[in-house]
Design a protein around this ligand. Structure first.
Ligand code: ZN
Length: 241
């Protein structure tokens, strides 16, 4: 099987997983860098992740121009292109509006890892506010100026919140990005519950570093891969172990 065919099949599965895990509803999207051309990325035409088929996957330049495929692209494709442009290490990006995360984009309270499996989201999750550089907008990332501003705020991190809107996560692989997107929602939900009872003890930066180092050494059947196999079944696909 060609690298591009394999990549498209995995990207379709990733979209179905983020839908099954309630990270994305009608909105949100998952992309991956083109496996043979780092100056391009793969992303569906504009439709809900749960509905996406291989024939929906299009190819884009990093500036968001259509390079292959047909259909109306997502308005917010610039999120993806700008992050691939600024982060050569990033191979996949998930943008979502998952419901437990959004409160942390508006309350001035930081979203921080609270549970060991959530360390992947990173020790520092900033909030990007388009009001700072663009004034009143519709809050969407609708051109490369806004995409680059978001990518600059993300820096070398994994996750960023977007004020009154949602979040974006970047991974060194498609499986890592999907894992981080799911765990960002899990952590937000847990943190909201825990904070209702008073001050919370978060993971320390050193604990986060050690957990992430172990995850990054995970072999097949461990870490991101074990989660991926579980989510495959949840989303209605056979496991590939
Ligand atoms: Zn959005």
């Amino acid at each position: 099987m060609s690298a591009i065919k394999t990549a498209i099949d995995e990207l379709v599965i990733a979209n179905r997983i983020v839908a099954a895990e309630k990270v994305c509803d009608a909105f949100g999207h998952v992309s991956m860098r083109h496996p043979e051309n780092p100056g391009r990325f793969l992303l569906s035409r504009g439709r809900a992740p749960e509905l996406i088929e291989a024939s929906d996957i299009m190819e884009f330049t990093l500036e968001g121009g259509t390079a292959a495929g047909n259909g109306k692209p997502y308005l917010e494709r610039f999120i993806h292109g700008a992050i691939y442009e600024s982060r050569p290490d990033v191979q996949a990006v998930v943008h979502s509006h998952s419901y437990s995360v959004v409160p942390f984009s508006v309350i001035g309270e930081k979203l921080r890892p609270i549970m060991h499996v959530c360390a992947t989201i990173g020790p520092d999750v900033p909030v990007w506010d388009p009001q700072v550089n663009f004034g009143d907008t519709d809050l969407l990332v609708s051109d490369m100026h806004q995409g680059r501003d978001l990518a600059k705020a993300l820096g070398a991190r994994t996750s960023i919140l977007m004020r009154g809107h949602g979040s974006t996560v970047a991974g060194a692989s498609l499986r890592e990005a999907v894992y981080a997107a799911v765990m960002l929602e899990v952590n937000a939900n847990l943190q909201l519950k825990a904070q209702a009872f008073g001050p919370v003890t978060f993971l320390t930066p050193g604990e986060i570093e050690k957990i992430r180092a172990r995850q990054n050494k995970g072999r097949p059947g461990e870490g991101f891969d074990r989660a991926w196999q579980y989510w495959l079944r949840h989303a209605g696909f056979p496991t590939d172990e």
